[in-house]
Structures are given as C-alpha cells and as structure tokens.
Design a protein around this ligand. Structure first.
Ligand code: IMP
Length: 470
C-alpha cells in the first residue's frame, strides 16, 4: 500500500518529522517533486548501536548533541535504512545529491538512494538564471530559494531539459547541451548577467558526464514507476513524500508566488509513475502547523507582524509584531535552506479546506501545538469576508485572496506541559483546551486527526492512527 504525505500550507509543516514517525513501517520512501529547495534536518544519534537512530525535523533545537545533517534531496527515510527514491517529478542537482550522500557515508551510513531516469537535472545555469529572473521581476519577485528550481522546470516544460538518463549517454548529453546552452546564454544576455563556466557546453559536458558515470557505477538510476510497481507487487509499503505545500503548488497555490511543481497529491502519481488508482487507494495525510508560516512573498491574510522584503506592501499586522516574533522564536521559524525568517500568521481554515479537497486528504496531523502554549488566546480564521460575503474557502485569483478579510474564532490557550510524557500517554493526555482546538480543526475541514505534534521529534508526537495500519 501507499501512504502519501503532503503539506497543507506553505511548506515547513513538519512533513519530514511525520515521514520519520511513520516510515518505520515503510520499505521505500519516494520524493515525487521539487529538488534541493526542500530542507529538512536529519538528526543522527551517535550513541545508538549500529548506525544509530535518526529523526527528522525542520526546526529542532533541543537535540543538538546528536549529529545533524541538513538534507535537501536525500529522503530522510534513506538514512533509516529504507530505499529512498527521487521520482521523475523531481529536479535533481547532482552536486547536492552526491554531497549529501558523501556526508552520510562519512558518518558510516550507507544510504540506498535511487534516482528516476526521467527526473530532470538542475544545471549551473539554472541557478544563475533563478537569481537574475528574480532580480528582473523587482516587486513581483517570488522570493525563491535561488536553487534553480523554476528554471529547471521551465526547461522541462519547454522540452529542452536534460534528464538524469541523458547523463548516462555522453552523445545524448552533448546533443542536449548543444541545443539548450545557447538559449540560456541568450536569456542571460537579456538579464544582463555574465556567462562563464555555467554556460559553457564543454565544461558542463565534462562535469555532468562524470556525474552520469557515478550514477551508473553506483547503480542509482531506475525507471521509477516500474521500480515502485515491482516493490508494491512484492508486498512492500511505499511512502510518497511531498515537498513544499499545497499553497505553493503551481496549479493550486497562490500563483505566481509558488514553486514550479505539484506538491499536492496529484503530483504523487505523475511524479512517481504510480497510477492515480494506486495512490488513491492508499492514505493521503495532510500535515499542518497549528498556525501558519511562509517564506517568500505572496498573500497571507492572517499574517501577524511583517517581515521586511517578504510581506507584500499593505500586508501583515504591524501591531502584532511582538506576537509574531514570539511564535517565530518558539517555533524556530527560520528557513532550513535559506535561513530567512519565516512570516507568521494564525491558522487559516479556508486554506486547509482547499488543501483537504485538492489532495483528497484521508487524515491530518496538526504540528507545533506546543509552540502556541502559553498564549492566553489562540485564534483561527474560520472563514473570510470578501466583497461583503462570507466564504469558507480560498478564491482562485491570488489578488482576490489577498483582499480576503479573515473572520476569526477564538480559543482559550493552553499551558506549557511535559510534552514527551503526553506523547507517551496518548491523545487524551493533551491539555483540554489544546484538544478543543485540534478537534475544531478536524471538524472544520472534515478530516480525522492522525497525529498531533507537540515537539520536534518522534518522542513528542501524539500518534492517534498509523496510516499504514489503517
Ligand atoms: P523555489 O521553489 O525555490 O522556486 O521557490 C518558490 C517559492 O517556494 C518561494 O516562496 C520559496 O520560499 C518557497 N519554497 C520553496 N521550497 C520551500 C520549502 O521547502 N519550504 C517552504 N517554502 C519553500
């Protein structure tokens, strides 16, 4: 069976942590979209026997004594002895991939990572053009991670991309580069940026041919769909791990302030080669934070305070800056890849309803419930008011979304607690007010709660349901 994990907000919902919690039962963990724009910290406990234990968290600050790896491509499950697959829907920067694998090998781990032959390759010119395009956009800049994600997907759609499989065949690689590089040089010229080695066919050919040799020598490339279907036929359990989140989805998010792929559950089929029926027969678990965070620009109707350079003009609530700072600090809300402070907002139910429908969620995890502990009052936008009418979900036009006025519900807050003890004891041990909040969210979006995150690691996750057992 399959379990698909998707972000319901703007990424950074703690998907890595939940993959870590549930992938114990899985045999294969698959990433189906995105590239090295997604960051998660994998924590390796050196003291544990035989390879140690690992846990994944975007924001951990309490387990610094263990060895931490900031990974952006290798699925965290691969560090736990599972097979990790980068599906055809991913854009792969081989430099990042091998750096991460080498760092893990240096620690004595032996990650089993496979890469789809159909996945596209991020080349150095993609990163240069990501930066120059953002600069050219000025006020309209998305605030990308700068890792070449958009430009790589752009080439994929324009049918001039280089795929992982092309790296294995030097003649094909050369042919592809000879066609695409002049395009990239012309674009660099439009943006007024220098072209150097990043735009030189010969250098790129030599470097990427060598990456291809290593991929072949290490037996890393697969026809992902066939590979995964075989594993399913053999009775294995697959976890499909989305990166980013629903509202960064190129189709269903706040376009154009989005990433260039489909983090939603539909991407799990197109990006892995498994049929929609296969993914749809399994569980689809949405991960949400008990509040909101966002890195980059674009609307965030419930935003508290504002972040210079990210909050759009007129957005945010300058009077709530202190509260935003407190939540940001308590939740460690700084980008894993870029280190940028994240924008903070109250939970937004219209966004979650949209996510529940788009993804066909069968369950939800509400994370960071501990982060809100100590607040007298917790708020959540139950609906929006737009043009004098109430709406319970998000408008399709991003500018209309930005104009939505949140209609809040207020909840009594809960106090700090021994979250590890609560997680060990189970759901009923949660503070009563926290349970009221969690149950409100579940009812408002009509999706059952599978887990509640009350801390950054597995030991502080209240498990209600294991989707692999469901
Ligand atoms: P890109 O994916 O680098 O093109 O960036 C597009 C948008 O997605 C920007 O607003 C980024 O901040 C955001 N983004 C990309 N990856 C992540 C992520 O893993 N977490 C949160 N935001 C992300």
């Amino acid at each position: 069976m399959t379990v698909t994990i998707v972000g319901t907000q703007f990424g950074d919902e703690g998907k890595g942590g939940m993959v870590d919690v549930w992938s114990g039962t899985a045999d294969v963990v698959v990433r189906y979209q995105g590239g090295d724009n997604a960051g998660h910290t994998v924590v390796h406990d050196d003291a544990a026997a035989d390879g140690g234990t690992v846990s994944a968290s975007a924001t951990d600050s309490s387990i610094q004594t263990s060895t931490e790896y900031a990974l952006s491509l290798v699925p965290s499950g691969a560090v736990r002895g599972k097979t990790g697959v980068l599906g055809n829907g991913c854009v792969v920067n081989p430099e990042t991939l091998f750096a991460e694998i080498d760092a893990l090998r240096d620690r004595g781990l032996d990650p089993d990572v496979r890469v789809a032959e159909r996945a596209h390759v991020i080349l150095p010119y993609h990163r240069v053009l990501d930066g120059s395009e953002e600069e050219a956009k000025g006020e309209l800049a998305v605030g990308t991670t700068g890792n070449g994600i958009g430009p790589a997907y752009e080439d994929k759609a324009a049918r001039r991309g280089v795929r992982i499989g092309d790296l294995l065949d030097p003649a094909v690689l050369r042919e592809r580069l000879e066609y695409v590089v002049p395009h990239k040089r012309a674009l660099a010229d439009v943006h007024g940026v220098e072209t150097g080695a990043a735009f030189a066919v010969e250098e790129l050919y030599e470097q990427y041919r060598r990456y291809g040799e290593r991929l072949a020598e290490d037996g890393m490339t697969v026809d992902a769909g066939a590979f995964l279907a075989d594993r399913l036929d053999a009775g294995e359990k697959l976890m499909l791990e989305g990166a980013q989140g629903t509202h960064l989805d190129i189709d269903h998010g706040t376009y154009p302030y989005v990433t260039s792929s489909n983090p939603t559950a539909g991407g799990a089929t197109t990006g892995s080669g498994l049929g929609p029926g296969v993914v749809g027969e399994g569980e689809i678990v949405g991960i949400a934070k008990a509040y909101l965070s966002r890195v980059g620009t674009g609307p965030l109707p419930t935003e508290l305070g504002f972040v210079e350079g990210q909050t759009p003009a007129g957005g945010g609530d300058p009077d709530a800056g202190e509260l935003a700072d407190d939540i940001r600090e308590a939740g460690g809300e700084y980008g894993t890849v870029t280190g940028r402070p994240r924008r903070i907002g109250w939970l937004d139910l219209p966004q979650l309803r949209h996510a529940a429908r788009v993804n066909g969620l069968t369950g939800i995890t509400l994370n960071h419930v501990d982060t809100l502990a100590g607040l007298d009052t917790v708020r959540a936008a139950h609906s929006y008011e737009l043009d004098g009418a109430e709406r319970s979900t998000v408008p399709a036009a991003t500018e209309r979304w930005a104009a939505c006025e949140p209609q809040y519900r207020e909840f009594e807050g809960w106090s700090e607690a021994d979250w590890a003890a609560i997680a060990a004891e189970g759901y009923d041990a949660l503070p009563a007010n926290a349970r009221t909040y969690v149950e409100y969210v579940s009812e408002a979006i009509d999706v059952p709660v599978y887990a509640v995150g009350v801390g950054p690691d597995r030991a502080r996750t209240v498990i209600v349901e294991d989707p692999f057992e469901g």
